[in-house]
Design a protein around this ligand. Structure first.
Ligand code: FMN
Length: 350
């Protein structure tokens, strides 16, 4: 209530990227202080019946993961467990540091419950993030995923360079034993190289190259959602051939502005993908099809448009093993994951 009635109206008056940076700054500060962490847990921590879930050998204290793009440099890993997340996917990180696209990079669309995202993979680069993650004090049953993407710069022009870029990050993370699972972001809609690996003709080249790296952690692939089932299935067919790939995250941002409840809310001079509500239906449908066609071959992490308890239940009903979210937290506040956890617990019981 405090967030909804008082903080959110104030925050929403300011530039969203500025507010995001403030959140990361405050969250990192709170995470460093034991009393602040305890207080945060007191207000926002789920404390009822055990709802932990083990997937691919990793135990999540709640089945909710912060999706990639919020904590892109791995600064919030001490505070996120206290607001009822069972894990966080940091990144997407890239082989080289990345400034991201030109501003404006974010725009709120409150009537449509969405954000326009044009971050362009702004991050500190794999080496800096490895150093940071190595210093993190781990929280029990809080899983750290690392999302890997292709550096968004002009050095990265062709497929060969793109593969070398993913390979470098993947190899370094494995060498340093950093992260509990890895997500290959092949579907970032707003970077220099485009969505080049969300193409069944060249995806095998990337996966063959990465298969040469010794990796004993689950690897998931972050999928695009603006594909018809037949095209989406072609990508799954490729993934199913690679033992290393344990699952899919369904999925990334929606590129279709027609899916907004209020398409006129999006200014003409903005470009980027849409998060939140416009992702819900596309993601749920692809999850259902994937589960029906592939059974348990893939772990499914459902992601996109979880703005309410009902949306969360639908994601699990569709076939998700775990649920990722970000925009729902931005719109509902830090108490949202506790609310989801309580509802999930009741649902499991009944
Ligand atoms: C500000 C922002 C930045 C994002 N950056 C990334 C990213 O770097 N890598 C990635 O895989 N997805 C990224 N995403 C997509 C989200 O991880 C997620 O797939 C999408 O927002 C749908 O989930 P939601 O509706 O719960 O926000 C980003 C989303 C937002 C809102």
């Amino acid at each position: 209530m405090f967030y909804q009635k008082i903080l959110k109206p104030i925050f929403f008056k300011f530039n969203p990227e500025f507010i995001h940076n403030i959140f990361v700054y405050i969250g990192e500060l709170l995470g460093k202080n034991r009393i602040a962490r305890n207080l945060t847990r007191f207000f926002y921590g789920y404390k009822d019946r055990d709802i932990s879930k083990t997937v691919d050998g990793l135990t999540y204290k709640t089945p909710f993961i912060l999706s990639a793009g919020f904590d892109y440099n791995g600064r919030l890993l001490n505070i996120l467990p206290e607001i009822s997340f069972g894990g966080a996917e940091i990144g997407s990180i890239t082989a080289r540091p990345c400034e991201g696209n030109k501003k404006p990079r974010l725009k709120r669309l409150p009537k449509s419950q969405s954000l326009i995202v044009n971050k362009g993979l702004r991050n500190h680069g794999v080496e800096v993030v490895i150093k940071r993650l190595k210093k993190i004090k781990r929280t029990k049953n809080f899983v750290i995923g690392v999302s890997i993407a292709r550096t968004n710069d002009s050095k990265n022009q062709d497929t060969k360079e793109g593969i070398a870029d993913y390979f470098y990050s993947f190899k370094r993370l494995n060498e340093e034993n950093v992260g509990d699972y890895y997500a290959l972001n092949i579907s970032c809609p707003n970077s220099f190289g485009g969505e080049s690996f969300a193409d069944p003709r060249i995806l095998p080249d990337l996966l063959e190259s990465l298969s040469a790296v010794k990796c004993d952690k689950p690897v998931y692939v972050k999928m695009p959602i603006n594909l018809e089932w037949s095209k989406f299935r072609e990508l799954l067919e490729v993934l199913s051939r690679f033992k290393m790939i344990k699952g899919v995250i369904i999925g990334n941002l929606n590129k279709n502005y027609e899916d907004l409840d209020f398409p006129n809310e999006a200014p003409k001079d903005y470009c980027g993908g849409l998060s939140g509500k416009p992702c819900l239906e596309l993601s749920d449908n692809l999850i259902k099809h994937t589960r029906a066609s592939y059974g348990r071959r893939f772990t499914i992490i459902g992601c996109g448009g979880v703005m309410s308890v009902e949306n969360m239940k639908e994601k699990f009903r569709a076939g998700s093993d775990l649920v990722q979210l970000m925009t729902g937290m931005i719109y509902n506040g830090p108490g949202f994951m506790k609310e989801l956890s309580k509802a999930y617990s009741k649902n499991e019981k009944s």
